[in-house]
Design a protein around this ligand. Structure first.
Ligand SMILES: [Ca+2]
Ligand SMILES: [Ca+2]
Ligand SMILES: [Ca+2]
Ligand SMILES: [Ca+2]
Length: 220
């Protein structure tokens, strides 16, 4: 996934900020975080990955969410089986406890508490001292620290569809472009298509404030 894409960001809670009368609504934070400094650059940079998410019909809908949920699940399975691939040091298709120890994998605090042998046993489903690919793929996931930015690709697409201007459940490319333009225009106060130093500072302050609030929510 490309860095800087709107989906690089996160949570929708700021999206539903009510607009005060006469003031345009603040755009959702995930349209702000990856915002470039020129209107044209911003729009084109975000439309390209949009097409990747939509497929050929260039419209985001429930089918895309369903597909991305499958992709997310497959990625999660791959991540859970990763210690096997990183631990099979002699590439013979199986991982021994010695290999697992030698690989010296980075472990989360939760996993360290569990202990190395217990983690290995978690993968070694039949307890024969060897982890096979099959076992790695069918083991229960080891405890993981929560992702700092928890929304998956599917959730981000769902969040975007929730912004659908005509609420027909499909977000077309034109509708997405409209969302991008209004997000950019919110910060481009003088409407010249580029963000000045002062306009950028305003945007940066919004992102900073959002991150601080998010940190507080995560570590109260
Ligand atoms: Ca091996
Ligand atoms: Ca085994
Ligand atoms: Ca629509
Ligand atoms: Ca400007």
């Amino acid at each position: 996934m490309r860095a800087g894409f709107v989906f690089a960001a996160i949570c929708l809670s700021a999206a539903a900020m009510p607009a005060r009368a006469g003031t345009p609504a603040a755009p959702p934070i995930f349209l702000v975080e990856g915002m470039g400094n020129t209107r044209d650059g911003y729009v084109s940079e975000h439309l390209e990955p949009f097409a990747v998410y939509t497929g050929a019909d260039r419209t985001l809908d429930q089918g895309d969410i369903d597909r991305l949920r499958q992709v997310d699940a497959a990625r999660q399975r791959a991540a859970d089986a990763m210690p096997f691939f990183a631990g099979d040091l002699d590439a013979d298709g199986s991982m021994t406890l010695d290999e697992y120890k030698l690989a010296n994998l980075y472990e989360s605090r939760e996993q360290v508490e569990l202990g190395m042998e217990a983690r290995f046993a978690n993968f070694d489903r039949n307890g024969d001292g060897i982890v096979t690919l099959d076992e790695a793929l069918t083991s229960p996931p080891l405890p993981q620290a929560a992702l700092a930015y928890g929304l998956s690709g599917a959730d981000r697409v769902a969040a975007l569809i929730a912004l659908d201007p005509n609420k027909d459940g499909k977000l077309t490319e034109d509708e997405f472009r409209t969302l991008l333009l209004s997000a950019f225009d919110f910060y481009d106060k003088d409407g010249d298509g580029a963000l000045s130093k002062a306009e950028k500072a305003k945007r940066a302050a919004t992102v900073r404030q959002y991150r601080e609030e998010q940190e507080k929510r995560e570590k109260p």
